[in-house]
Design a protein around this ligand. Sequence first.
Ligand SMILES: [Zn+2]
Length: 238
Amino acid sequence: MNFKKILEYQRIDQEILALENEVYKSKERTNLATAKTNIAKSTEIINKLKDEATTLLASYNSVQEKIDELKAELDEYEGVLDGVQDIAETDYHIKKVSAIVDRISALEKEVALGSKRIDEINDKYKKTWDQGVKDTVFFKTAKADYDKLVEDYRPQVVEKVNARDALKGDIPEKILELYASLRAAKKMPAFVPYDQKSSGCCPRCGMEVANDTLAKLKNPGDYAECPNCRRILFIPEN
Ligand SMILES: [Zn+2]
């Protein structure tokens, strides 16, 4: 089989990959990726703060309810000592009242802590929000720069894609399929000339090629799969 067309196809395709790689490694794409990460981070912080604030407010309300209940209980003790003669009974009531007072003051401490935390959350929320606004501005610029880069590359990519695809009709389908699967597996170049200099080893992966494979590589136009890297080795026609 003649490999000239598939080699031409492969050459143009590798040029396309090189262009794609240039775009991938560009500072424009890196900036865009950073901008996306920054926005994702701010969004995550904002969501966590919202969740925490919701939980805190719910517990604030329930603590406040408990305090109200205890205060109502306290009101019931008003005047209770007036009619009491017995010292033991007085003692009993005083202990009851002071237990309620202690409980109220503990809950009020809890409320104070919660409200301090709410203030902190508010503060952090504001800062994160401001950062998010800056992140969005950065993202818009990065996106515009990246889009422009892609646009700049487009004509040469389109030209090469057209030139590459125009060769498809001259290449057997089976060979194109082999090429596509090796390309997808990032085994490029996929088709590798095997000649005298290769001396029993795959010129790409360097592994020794077994005899049954070598037996298929005798004459120009012969081809076989490297048992190790799966690339297609072939004997070039001159
Ligand atoms: Zn190999």
